[in-house]
Unconditional design. Structure first.
Length: 42
């Protein structure tokens, strides 16, 4: 699920209807760190 979020976030930023539903930048950074840690474990 985290991988899918990271993959589609850039495209979702440009959709006005979805823009307000995306996490704030600070939360996005935490998700990216989590994503990197999960990739290391695989």
């Amino acid at each position: 699920m985290v991988h899918k979020y990271v993959r589609i976030r850039d495209a979702a930023k440009h959709v006005p209807a979805v823009e307000e539903l995306l996490p704030r930048l600070s939360d996005h950074r935490r998700i990216l760190v989590l994503h990197d840690k999960l990739k290391e474990l695989q």
